[in-house]
Design a protein around this ligand. Structure first.
Ligand SMILES: CC(C)(COP(=O)(O)OP(=O)(O)OC[C@H]1O[C@@H](n2cnc3c(N)ncnc32)[C@H](O)[C@@H]1OP(=O)(O)O)[C@@H](O)C(=O)NCCC(=O)NCCSC(=O)C[C@@](O)(CC(=O)O)C(=O)O
Ligand SMILES: [Mg+2]
Length: 303
């Protein structure tokens, strides 16, 4: 689960402004699963050049434990995107984030640039992957086809741009995003790729943040984009199975194994009936716990 780019743990993807040497230098210490160096909307037009060279240089010279992602400018809607790719791709990030994606042809365009650089450098195909971000109604209407592109290994929601396009505003209930979140999730699951929820912009409101992350997790998102290091710990806590969930999942798997070996019929654990989907969910909890670094074998011996 950890090493396959399609399934690796992505509870958090932290935006790091690409024009800040200080933030780029220290970003890796906070333990985000992925770091997303931004040369798009966090960067003023006059700083685009500086940011893309700064990020490329950091990728070439610094050692990152987290996965590295670069959010480029849109390759056709802006004059900066193709230049971003030319400078960033040779620095070999793990992923490119394609913002404001509206059509699968845009994924194809970025894929062409990636393939060219992979060939030039003798890197295996698939060295650099793509995560798309849906940030408009048009993108949402095309999300199924976008998600099915073979280079895309994850899709994200960009809520601030999305609600501007929808002509509304963000509320505490999140009602304005409910349809978009659901649709993006369905498309991701249909294409068997990961799905990241959007940023929560008020870094002081940790109560609101906890509520939003819990809802994202319960809807089915694999993780969340974050903008500040203090949001990372909270997302990891909410996205990591707790002791009770892990114990129950291990009991379910043990009972299921036992039933297969001994040809038993209907099963129950702690008074609840166990059937196929419950076993699948238990396995997912165990996989998530393992990926988060929990010693699952030790726990299995304890119960
Ligand atoms: C908010 C603030 C200015 C506060 O900074 P402050 O410095 O006042 O905060 P402090 O509390 O003092 O920081 C304590 C220590 O952490 C360090 N530190 C803080 N943040 C860090 C970080 N991100 N990376 C590394 N290091 C960091 C800091 O350097 C300090 O280090 P030290 O001095 O050594 O102690 C800062 O966080 C920040 O810039 N965030 C990123 C904002 C950003 O990128 N927005 C664009 C992406 S969204 C978008 O575009 C919308 C979207 O597209 C999204 C979608 O698609 O989902 C859509 O449409 O919805
Ligand atoms: Mg945006």
């Amino acid at each position: 689960m950890m090493n396959d780019p399609k399934t690796r743990l992505r509870r958090t993807m932290m935006f790091v402004p690409g024009n800040s040497p200080k933030m780029i230098n220290s970003a890796d210490i906070y333990g985000a699963d992925s770091l997303m160096f931004d040369v798009e909307d966090a960067i003023a037009v006059t700083e685009k050049d500086t940011a893309r060279y700064l990020v490329a240089n950091a990728l070439k010279t610094l050692k990152f434990h987290s996965e590295t992602v670069v959010r480029i400018n849109h390759p056709t809607q802006t004059p900066f995107g193709i230049d971003d790719l030319k400078v960033i791709l040779p620095a070999k990030p793990d992923m490119i984030r394609l913002p404001k994606v509206e059509d699968v042809s845009e994924v194809e365009l970025v894929t062409g640039e990636i393939e060219r650089v992979e060939k030039e450098n003798g890197w295996p195909e698939g060295t650099i992957n793509i995560i798309g971000a849906i940030e408009s109604v048009k993108g949402l209407y095309n999300v199924r086809e976008i998600c099915r592109h073979p280079r895309l290994i994850a899709i994200a929601l960009g809520a601030e741009d999305f609600i501007a396009n929808l002509k509304t505003q963000r509320t505490k209930t999140g009602i304005e995003l409910y349809y978009a979140r659901s649709q993006i999730l369905m498309a991701a699951r249909d294409a068997e790729i990961q799905c990241m929820d959007t940023v929560f912009s008020d870094v002081r409101d940790m109560e609101g943040f906890e509520r939003e992350v819990t809802n994202s997790r319960d809807m089915g998102f694999d993780g969340k984009s974050v903008i500040h290091p203090k949001q990372i710990t909270e997302v990891h806590r909410i996205y990591t199975p707790d002791d009770k969930q892990l114990t129950h999942a291990l009991k379910v798997l043990a009972a299921f194994d036992d039933s297969l070996k001994n040809h038993k019929g209907v099963l129950a654990v702690d008074g609840k009936m166990i059937d196929g989907p419950i076993v699948v969910r238990a396995q997912r909890i165990v996989d998530q716990a393992k990926a988060a670094g929990i010693d699952v074998e030790k726990k299995r011996e304890e119960i």
